[in-house]
Design a protein. Structure first.
Length: 129
């Protein structure tokens, strides 16, 4: 759920997911409704030489519409750290570190999450492509 939550901040109606990620489950959500969080590509770069560098480029599409979102600083760092925690692998050379996720496809079920039984979030993604 953490990866879906940090990506949702960039392109989706983030209010419900932000509430859930903060642990706030005391609200009503439409029954049998799930929230998709989908990204075509997430490429984040950081450096162990220029330790101030944190950049991410996210690409989303829906139907025939595609849009990009560029992030830097703390927002990029949050995505990098969360991607690593979710199992993304790092690549890089010559002082750079690259996190590359493609085909991110998450489904968030707020009503299931509100039960606090361990369910309600499913994500798949590919790394290193």
């Amino acid at each position: 759920m953490a990866l879906a939550a940090v990506i949702a901040q960039c392109a989706y109606d983030k209010r419900v997911i932000a509430r859930l990620f903060r642990g706030n489950t005391n609200f009503v959500f439409t029954p049998n409704t799930k929230i998709p969080v989908v990204a075509d590509s997430i490429v984040c770069k950081s450096s162990y030489v220029d330790i101030t560098m944190r950049d991410c480029e996210l690409i989303f599409s829906k139907g025939n519409k595609t849009w990009n979102r560029s992030l830097s600083g703390p927002q990029a760092n949050e995505i990098i750290a969360t991607a690593i925690a979710a199992g993304a692998t790092s690549e890089g050379a010559a002082g750079s570190i690259i996190e590359n996720i493609s085909k991110l496809d998450c489904t968030i079920d707020p009503n299931e999450i509100m039960k606090k039984a361990g369910g309600g979030s499913q994500c798949t993604f590919e790394t290193g492509k």
